[in-house]
Design a protein around this ligand. Structure first.
Ligand SMILES: *Cc1c(COP(=O)(O)O)cnc(C)c1O
Length: 386
């Protein structure tokens, strides 16, 4: 049944394999008995195995056990979940926040909750798969605008007056590491909204999965651009990347959050994350807010590596963040480079179609990498003739 389909996938060299760690998620990790320097993780600040984060999870289990046992509306939540939401609302400076079970669950639950049939959704062509799936589930008409092209977005918005409109974008694009032009998108939405009654405002939906804990002193993309939160801006972020835990959140006005509580199916019909994950995330938020040196370190590492890669002539696309793609001519080249790095003890998988159009080795550098780690990467890359 599947063997035929699989054969084709293998022939195209597009089959994926799972390789599991036998050690913690960290800048150094073991796979199949071998140590690797990890350049694939989204654990930007090295918090996934930070002792205080681990302790917060452990301590919470003493009191709250492990499983949460039910969805949030059925008593699955605890004061630790609530506290995490309060922390999210505080650091995003919004009225309210709600915990979702993952970034994927957030996008596929919230978008269909806030727009539907007859509405129109504008989506950047490189948005994350979970936004694309959220668009599909919403049944709103989805108009895809060219990547980061606000002019194109503006053209598409023309002629859609009278319908409920929403613009959805990643803040940091997960495979390219570039940043959405939020100043321009914000200005465009403001201009359109100035001629609309507040209840018909264009909504702006931001997926800040890779901006949270990374941009704007850790507070995310809006802070990075100096844009004030407003009732028509809905921000989603995750605790699974820079915050080193699990789960996601959405922030916005009290009303927006109450609406989502009442309508988002991935919130209503799914068991809430364990209290220990919430406790770990809350500790991570606290660490990020109190330890500017971690972010400084992340960005120092990023700048150093990026400049060195540029100097060596790599095509890093438009990367502006710790996500740095090394774009390759072919799937073969991307696989060969990834394999070469692996032989040198460096873990950086090739990313291939259909995830991306242009094959690449995707590098993510974190605050936990030492200078030596970065040099090892650069030296290993230097051995490859291109
Ligand atoms: C990782 C990611 C998600 C999904 O978040 P999870 O918590 O891993 O489910 C959503 N959007 C973007 C842009 C992401 O990079």
């Amino acid at each position: 049944m599947f063997s035929h389909r699989l054969r084709k996938l293998h022939q195209q060299r597009l089959n994926r394999i799972i390789r599991d760690r036998s050690s913690a998620q960290a800048s150094r990790m073991f796979i199949e008995g071998r140590e690797f320097i990890n350049f694939a993780s989204n654990d930007y600040l090295g918090l996934a195995s930070h002792p205080e984060v681990v302790k917060a999870a452990k301590d919470s289990m003493e009191e709250f056990g492990f499983g949460s046992g039910a969805s949030r509306l059925m008593g699955g939540g605890s004061v630790l979940h609530r506290r995490l939401e309060d922390a999210a609302a505080r650091f995003k400076r919004t009225e309210a926040a709600l915990l979702l079970n993952s970034g994927y669950a957030a996008n596929t639950g919230i978008l269909p909750a806030i727009v539907g049939e007859g509405d129109v959704l504008f989506s950047d062509e490189l948005n994350h798969a979970s936004i694309i799936d959220g668009c599909r589930l919403s049944r709103a008409e989805t108009l895809v605008y060219r990547h980061r092209d606000v002019e194109h977005l503006s053209q598409l918005m023309e002629g859609q007056r009278g319908r409920r409109m929403i613009v959805a974008t990643d803040t940091v694009f997960s495979m390219d590491g570039d940043i959405a032009p939020l100043k321009e998108i914000h200005r465009l939405c403001l201009a359109v909204n100035s001629s609309l009654p507040p209840e018909d405002s264009v909504l702006l939906y931001l997926d800040d999965a890779h901006g949270t804990g990374v941009l704007g002193n850790g507070k995310g993309a809006l802070e990075h651009f100096g844009i004030e939160p407003e009732p028509w801006i809905i921000q989603m972020g995750t605790f699974s990347k820079a915050f080193g835990s699990y789960g996601a959140f959405v922030t916005g006005s009290k009303d927006a959050i109450e609406w989502i509580v009442n309508t988002a199916r991935s919130f209503i019909f799914s068991t809430v994350i364990p209290a220990s994950a919430a406790a770990a995330a809350a500790k991570a938020v606290e660490i990020v807010m109190n330890r500017p040196d971690l972010l400084r370190r992340l960005w120092e590492n990023r700048t150093f590596l990026f400049d060195a890669l540029k100097e060596r002539g790599y095509d890093t696309g438009e990367s502006e963040t710790p996500i740095i793609p090394l774009k390759m001519e072919s799937v073969e080249d991307a696989l060969a480079l990834s394999r070469h790095l692996q032989e040198r003890g460096i873990y950086a998988p090739a990313i291939r179609p259909p995830t991306v159009k242009v094959p690449r080795v995707r590098i993510t550098v974190t605050a936990a990498h030492s200078q030596e780690d970065v040099h090892t990467l650069l030296n290993s890359l230097g051995e490859v003739r291109r």
